[in-house]
Design a protein around this ligand. Structure first.
Ligand SMILES: [Ca+2]
Ligand SMILES: [Ca+2]
Length: 155
């Protein structure tokens, strides 16, 4: 069974608020389980299902995958939060990731700060109708990767 079959879209976790939470040093580096990757699935905050969840005034740092990831959810909001030094081993290392597989759409990322992550500070990551407003980033490239601070698709 894949992790996707275990957590079908929309079945878990809609309309919740996470406020004033800190997550750090989540690591799955070294795990070689089929369907997972070496360091690639331990996000700080992973909103991977459901609709309308809000993460606000939170901090994610030094997790092996991304700081904040709303992969495969809809209308998730990341607000007033900070993400830094995420990305270890094969982890993606984005500060704020606003999409992924379908039905990813409607993410909002506002008033957030990202720095020192191994990949992109803010990325739409194929999410649809994503909005980034009033965010700040600096000093990506921690592992020498040539990645940008803001990554969007142009229409
Ligand atoms: Ca990943
Ligand atoms: Ca992730």
């Amino acid at each position: 069974m894949s992790p996707y079959e275990a957590y079908p879209y929309g079945e878990y976790g809609s309309w919740n608020t996470l406020r004033n939470c800190i997550t750090h040093h989540n690591f799955d580096e070294g795990l070689e389980i089929p369907g997972f990757a070496n360091g690639g699935n331990a996000d700080g905050f992973s909103i991977s299902s459901g609709e309308g969840n809000v993460v606000t005034h939170c901090l994610a740092y030094t997790n092996s995958d991304d700081g904040f990831d709303c992969w495969r959810s809809t209308n998730t909001s990341f607000l007033y939060s900070l993400s830094f030094t995420n990305g270890v081993a094969d982890g993606n290392g984005s500060g704020f990731k606003a999409g992924g597989l379908e039905p990813s759409m409607g993410a909002v990322v506002e008033h957030c700060i990202a720095y020192g992550n191994t990949k992109r500070a803010f990325t739409y990551n194929s999410g649809e109708n994503v909005r980034f407003s009033y965010n700040t980033s600096r000093s990506q490239h921690r592992r020498g990767r040539n990645k940008c601070s803001f990554f969007f698709r142009y229409f």
